[in-house]
Design a protein around this ligand. Structure first.
Ligand SMILES: Cc1ncc(COP(=O)(O)O)c(C=O)c1O
Ligand SMILES: [Zn+2]
Length: 404
């Protein structure tokens, strides 16, 4: 089914460090200075021709914000139902943690069961628009299966490079979706090196987080959806499980653009980065007041999406945290597992470990008094717990008819 097609106001790509411009009309990865590129829009024209209320009658998916997205021709949109995820009110858990306004954005409802579908819907659609055919991605898992799905639907080839201990269900998913899957002994940055070294020879386009400029763009839609859900008055705190940082930075960029359009006030949520104790480069950098985060050695955590020892856009993640007077906090794997059970049993939500990490972080931040009882807090469950079912060691179910 084709998506709706109002006009995109995408203008060009820009380097946030050296300000160099790129047209965005041909394929590009990152700036010649080595930094990630950001998409820019003709905000003056959006301000003139578009009203917030224009979105209301449109279908509830991420393409409803087409004016603020970079696909120029709607015919290139590959649509599998991405975005438009529910914002759930967590009343029971809120009561337990002493919060009267606690919410969860349920990204597990996306195609391929994670928020990565948003970024890859956009990046693969844009790749199609730019005439690319062979896409390669280093992945912790979820981005790989999302790319495999959109490449299949768009008739492009997908090459997926994942650590050999990526959850098996996700690897199976990638293969069933027709991707060429290669296992890497190492982590996502090692997979990234394989893509980097092979791309010239094999004709792959590198779809790595932040080395492909458009994945970030669509993570903005999580921020715009939140703004719309809260009647354009942003919440006080957003807690996000952060690896490469597209989710957090995408929302931060959305708020800047919505502010420039005059659609929201100056109030910004405090942005909280959550990482795993076994891989917490941003948390360490934040604690030291640093502006970049050096590579984290021997990264280990069951939350595979958080096993990113070096984020290409680390400086932008830290900028957002500092500018919002936010926080970066690490939680342990056992804390994630406990939080996963707590969210499941109190609210009926089976979160991925990354999503559960936000619950564990919230509990600590409440205990420390960093979050007040009246504040409006949004957690993100970035994926479905079903994709990680192999990791669980829950009590086995009883046999029917057993006397236990
Ligand atoms: C389920 C899940 N949550 C969170 C993340 C981290 O997202 P980001 O890399 O955008 O910071 C990932 C990344 O793979 C993921 O798969
Ligand atoms: Zn530059």
């Amino acid at each position: 089914m084709a998506a709706e097609s109002p006009q995109s106001f995408f203008s060009h790509l820009e380097c946030p460090v050296c300000s160099q411009h790129y047209s965005g009309r041909e394929p590009v990865n990152f700036c010649t200075c080595g930094r990630p590129l950001l998409a820019r829009y003709d905000l003056a024209s959006i301000k003139r021709y578009v009203r917030r209320s224009d979105f209301v009658p449109r279908r509830r998916d991420l393409w409803r914000y087409r004016e603020l997205l970079p696909v120029l021709d709607a015919a290139n949109i590959i649509y599998l139902g991405e975005g438009g995820t529910p914002l759930l009110s967590l009343r029971m858990l809120g009561r337990r943690l002493g919060l009267s306004h606690l919410y969860l954005k349920e990204e597990g409802c996306n195609p391929t069961g994670s928020f990565k579908a948003r970024g890859l819907a956009m990046a693969v659609s844009k790749a199609k628009e730019l005439g690319l055919r062979k896409l390669a991605i280093p992945t912790a898992g979820n981005a790989g299966s999302a790319m495999a799905a959109y490449a299949a639907a768009g008739g492009l080839e997908a090459y997926v490079f994942a650590p050999d201990d990526t959850p098996p269900i996700i690897l199976q998913e990638c293969m069933t979706l027709g991707a060429h899957v290669y296992l890497i002994k190492g982590l996502i940055n090692d997979a990234g090196r394989v893509v980097q070294e092979g791309k010239a020879q094999h004709g792959w386009f590198d779809m790595s987080t932040r080395k492909e400029p458009y994945r970030l763009e669509v993570k903005k839609t999580m921020g715009i959806e939140l703004a719309e859900d809260f009647d354009w008055r942003l919440p006080d705190v957003i807690i996000y499980p952060t690896g490469g940082g597209t989710g957090l930075n995408g929302m931060w960029k959305a708020f800047a653009e919505l502010g420039a359009l005059g659609w929201i006030s100056d109030h910004r949520p405090r942005m909280v980065v959550v990482q795993a104790e076994g891989c917490a480069p941003i948390v360490k950098a934040f604690a030291e007041g640093a502006t970049e985060a050096p590579l984290w050695p021997n990264a280990q955590t069951m939350a595979s999406g958080l096993r990113v020892p070096k984020a290409f856009a680390d400086f932008l993640i830290l900028q957002a945290v500092y500018a919002s007077e936010g926080m970066a906090i690490a939680v342990s794997d056992p804390e994630m597992a406990e939080a996963q059970r707590m969210l499941a049993t109190t609210e009926g939500i089976f979160a991925c470990p990354e999503g559960a990490a936000t619950v564990a972080a919230l509990r600590t931040l409440r205990q420390q008094g960093w979050i007040q009882a009246h504040e409006r807090v949004v957690l993100f469950n970035t994926g479905s717990g079903l994709k990680y079912a192999d990791l669980l060691h829950a009590t086995p179910p009883y046999w029917a008819g057993s006397s236990q």
